[in-house]
Design a binder for this molecule. Structure first.
Ligand code: ATP
Ligand code: MG
Ligand code: MG
Ligand code: MG
Length: 488
């Protein structure tokens, strides 16, 4: 029996503790006070100021598991989730850091030691990449990293990668640097004999996946696009926990590892529909399989966002969470027949799973569940009619593109976020006239701006761009809940 997810996480933390690292808690998934970032998208976010030399270094070596969300901004994987088997909205990023302490040599040696000695991954299936350099940016190839890898890996499995894959940046601005990644080839021996794994690295092959990124932080990307040397050199690594567990457990999908099976099982049993992990887009149960994966994934993002203080709402980060939630509700409803609120029932399962890792969920379990239930109730009120409208529209119109005004009707009257309409359109091989939709949205904004904010004592109806704080729900009016906000 291979190691459990829990044991694997602990092995990572114990390993870096044994190398002098202080184990620190995860930061919240919701980012306040940083206008460049809505949600934590990498383990390094909470250390940004340390890299920039703007905060004192308490421990020169730290390690942790960070809950991350990649659903907006530079790192946005939402469209992949459930369709592929290794991109999630919320995932754990295992990381170790050196703040001006050790550099490439140790980082590379330790990542190899952990993967091959401690976690016993097959050395022949591991590929590593180093930055090939970039003329435009005036950056040389990372020869040091290449040479350090040579001590462990035959050169046929050390690959050079471009700026897109091997120069890591947090966002449009901020700390960045060349990186060296580790990829795992999980294909059968037969497949591997036919096609060289080296050709499949960074090629979207679902069985040759990136597991760990070692970033060598040396620069700060400034607003004007230029790179400025940081005051010191740092190491910043990030390993996808769910991917690591999957490869150690020898599975071909993250959803078949014990991180996800309890939730998938619960969904499948509750729906009375078996989960076909092997379904392909040509199979008739493909939609159901995607739906189960999406639900198992999205509930994690939603639950942790709420636990960390970001409630679903009508604007900004809150709307990102509401969009994710509505996507999940639509999948549950349309593919698995959940006509009543169901997602919220997954919260206790999740909370138990993360006990001792992220206790934020267990301490707020009832609250999180209640918020999700409310949101489900609210969307389920209009979802069916919206779907019917959509189906009828498709029948009545032969166009390959959905009209902007109709997409806006779905948005405005039935609460369909535009990305949901796009997704439903894609399922039918159609596109959406986004420019047309934006025009309608703009018109509505102008209308509501013209009608100045309506005062109701402490409570006001707010324009989309106002800074507001969510304080609770009010009555239900027509299609959507009136949400109570206080202007801040
Ligand atoms: P990919 O190329 O697979 O999209 P990435 O290069 O964008 O990954 P990094 O920014 O290097 O990822 O993040 C470090 C690690 O976090 C990756 O090596 C991977 O294991 C993991 N990871 C990244 N994105 C996701 C995701 N959406 N879901 C799960 N794990 C992820
Ligand atoms: Mg990515
Ligand atoms: Mg990558
Ligand atoms: Mg990467």
């Amino acid at each position: 029996m291979s190691m459990t997810a829990k044991e694997i996480r602990q092995a990572f933390l114990d390993f870096f503790a044994s190398k002098g690292h202080q184990i620190v808690p995860s930061a919240p998934i919701v980012v306040k006070n940083d206008p460049t970032l809505m949600f934590t998208n990498a383990g390094m976010n909470q250390f940004k100021d340390l890299f920039l030399g703007e905060a004192p270094i308490k421990y020169p070596r730290v390690a942790d598991t960070q809950r991350c969300l990649r659903v907006s901004g530079k790192h946005n994987d939402l469209e992949e989730v459930g369709i592929d088997t290794y991109h999630h909205t919320m995932f754990e990023m295992l990381g170790n850091w050196s703040f001006g302490d050790y550099f490439k040599k140790e980082a590379i040696a330790w990542s190899w030691e952990l993967l091959t000695d401690v976690l016993k991954l097959d050395k022949d299936r591991l590929y590593v990449t180093v930055f090939e350099g970039d003329e435009k940016e005036g950056l040389p190839m990372d020869q040091d990293a290449y040479d350090f890898w040579k001590a462990f890996v035959p050169e046929s499995r050390i690959l050079k990668g471009n700026k897109k894959d091997n120069f890591w940046e947090m966002g449009d601005t901020g700390p960045c640097g060349p990186c060296s990644e580790i990829h795992f080839d999980n294909r059968s021996d037969e497949e591997r004999a036919k096609v060289d794994g080296a050709t499949l690295v960074n090629a979207d092959d679902p069985q040759v996946i990136e597991i760990w990124n070692n970033v060598f932080m040396e620069f700060n990307r400034l607003k004007d696009g230029s790179l400025k040397k940081l005051p010191a050199q740092h190491v910043d690594t990030g390993m996808g926990f769910e991917r690591l567990v999957r490869v150690i457990q020898g599975k071909t999908s993250n959803y078949d590892s014990d991180v996800f099976t309890p939730i998938i099982d619960f969904i499948s049993k509750s729906a009375g529909i078996p989960y076909n992990a092997a379904a392909t887009p040509d199979d008739k149960d493909w939609g159901q399989a995607v739906a189960m994966r999406v639900m198992a994934d999205h509930i994690r993002a939603i639950a942790f966002a709420i636990a960390d203080g970001q409630l679903p709402s009508n604007n900004k980060a809150g709307y990102v969470i509401r969009r994710i939630l509505r996507r999940a509700v639509r999948y549950a409803y349309q593919y698995l027949g959940f006509k009543e609120p169901f997602l919220n029932k997954l919260v206790p399962l999740l909370a138990a799973q993360f006990k001792g890792v992220f206790d934020e969920l267990i301490s707020q379990q009832d609250f999180v569940q209640k918020v999700i239930l409310e949101e489900e109730n609210s969307f389920l009120r209009t979802l069916e009619n919206g779907i019917n409208r959509f189906e009828k529209y498709i029948q009545d119109n032969q166009d390959r593109q959905i009209d902007g005004a109709f997409a806006f009707e779905l948005y405005d009257t039935y609460g369909f976020p535009i990305d949901l309409t796009e997704l439903m359109a894609r399922e039918k091989g159609l596109t959406v006239d986004m420019a047309g939709f934006d025009t309608e949205l703009q018109k509505q904004k102008e209308r509501s701006r013209a009608a100045t904010a309506i005062d109701a004592g402490d409570w006001i109806t707010v324009n989309e761009d106002d800074e507001v704080e969510f304080v609770g729900y009010d009555e239900v009016v027509a299609t959507s809940r009136i949400l109570k906000y206080r202007k801040v």
